[in-house]
Ligand binder design. Sequence first.
Ligand code: NAD
Length: 506
Amino acid sequence: MILETADIKSVLTSSNTTQKMYINGEWVLSESNQTSNIVNPANGELIGTVTVGTEEDAKKAIEAARKAFYENGWMNSRARDRSELLLQISNKLEERKEEFAYLETLNNGKTLRESLGDVEDAVNQLRYYAGLATKPHGQTFDVPDDIQAMVVREPIGVVGIIVPWNYPLVMANQKIAAAIAAGCSIVVKPAEITPLSLIRLFEIIDEIGFPPGVVNLVLGSGRKVGAELVSNPNVDKISFTGGTDTGIKLMKSAADTVKKISLELGGKSPNIVFADADFDTAVDYALYAIFANQGQVCSAGSRLLLEESLYEKFVPELVRRAKMIKIGPGWNDGIEMGPLVSEAHMNTVLNYIEIGKNEGATLLCGGNRMIEGDFGKGYFVEPTIFGDTTPDMRIVQEEIFGPVLAIQTFKTEKEAIELANGTAFGLAGAVFSQDGAKAQRVIRQLRAGITWINTYHPTFNEAPWGGYKQSGIGRDLGTYGFEEYLETKQININLKVEPSGFFEGQ
Ligand code: NAD
C-alpha cells in the first residue's frame, strides 16, 4: 500500500484549481471570492485550495434544499429510488477506495490502514441505509370505536449536517446515508481544514445525478456557515458531530426555532483494567484505545483506570510498548501513528501536556513535539502517558483529543465505577477482566453509550453510536440513527362515515 510521490500527487486536485461547493446540483465558487489553503499535516505542504463560503452561500444551499424537498417532489420520493441512489454511491466509492484513503491520509494525517478502514466503513454505511430505506416502518393500533389508527414515518425535511475533522469522510457519510434513506434533503458542512474527501464524495454524487438541491455541500467556517445552518428557520433539523463547547452553542441557537437537533460530542472515556484481566490483551488494547488516530477519537480510552495491585507490572510494559509505536507520515508502509491534524491543534495538545506537568502528574513517557529531521515539517507529538493523577486534574477531566493518556488507580469495584463516571462526559468505556459477571456488572454501571468488555474500539454500523451526559443527544448509525431523520405522524381513519352526534342541534 505505498504510493510513490508522483502517485500521491495524482490523488490530489491541483492546488491551482480552487475546489468548489455543490449547491442546487452545480459546482459554485463562493461570492466571498476568498480561498483557503489545505495543508498536509505530515509535512506542511499545500495539498489543495478551496473556496470559502459565507452565510449567503449557506442560505442559497438551504433554499435549494427546501425547494427540492417541499416543491419539487423529493418529500414524496420513493424509498426504492433512494435506496438505488445510495447503492450507486457505495459502488463508485468502493471502486475508488484506495484513492479516497490516500486523500484522507494526506488531508487528515491518519495512517493509510486507518483511512482504508474508514472508506470501507463508509461503503458499508451506504449499503446498510440503502437496505433500511425499504424496510417496514410504522405501526397500526387496535383501538376502540370504528377507527383504524396508524402511525407513518415521514422525512423530517431539510437537514443541516455539520461534521468535525477527525473522521472527515465517515462522519459526514453516515449522516448523509441515513438522511437520504429517510427521504430528507441535506446541506453538509465539513470542518474547515479537512474538506477534500467530502468534496470528492460529492463528485460521485454529481456523477450519479440526484435531483438538484437534494444534496448540497457548503464550505467555510463554523462561525459563519455552520451558524447560519443552525439559526436558519428553513432548516428543519441539525445533525452535528463536534466538540461539546460547540454543541452547547448550537443547542442554544437551535432553541430559537425549536429546531430538532442531534449532537455527537466529546468524551473522556475510561478504560478499566482489573488485576484478573488477560495481561497482554489489556496492555495491547490500552495502547490502541488512546493512540489510534493519534488520540483524535471522540471515544478514545483517554483515562486508564488500573487496579492498584496491577500497577507495578502493567505500567512499565505499557510505557515500553508506547515507545515502540512507529510514527511518521501516514502513507508510509508500517507507520502506526501519524501527525496531529494541524499546527493549532498540536499546540492545544502540547499545552495540555504542560498543564499536566504543572498539575503535578508524573510524565511517564513522551510529552514532546517531534522535530528531528523531516518530523519538524509536520505536527507530530510523541505518545504521552501521565501517572500519579488525581480526579480533579484538568488532564483527567477535559478532552485533550491527542495522544495523551492519564492513568488513575482504584482498589475496589465500587471505586472503579465512581472514577469511571466522574467526568461530565459519557461517551464510551471498557472493562478488562476475566471474571465475566464482574465485567458485566461494571459495564452496566457505566453512564456511557458505547461500551466494550475485553476489547476497545470495535463498533459497527448496525449499532447506535452516541453518548450519555455531556457527550451528546440522539444517536448516529443503526436503526436509531435512521429514526433521527424521521417525523412520526398518527393517522386516524373513520371506518363508519356518519355524523358523530357530539352536538345534538342539527
Ligand atoms: P468543533 O466543534 O470545533 O467543530 C465541528 C464542526 O462544527 C466543524 O465543521 C466546525 O466548523 C463547526 N462549527 C464550529 N463552530 C460552530 C458554530 N458556532 N455553529 C455551527 N457550526 C460550528 O470540533 P472539531 O475540533 O472539529 O472536532 C473535535 C471534536 O469533535 C472533539 O470534541 C470530538 O470528541 C468530537 N467528536 C465527537 C464524535 C462523536 O461521535 N461523539 C465523533 C468525532 C468527533
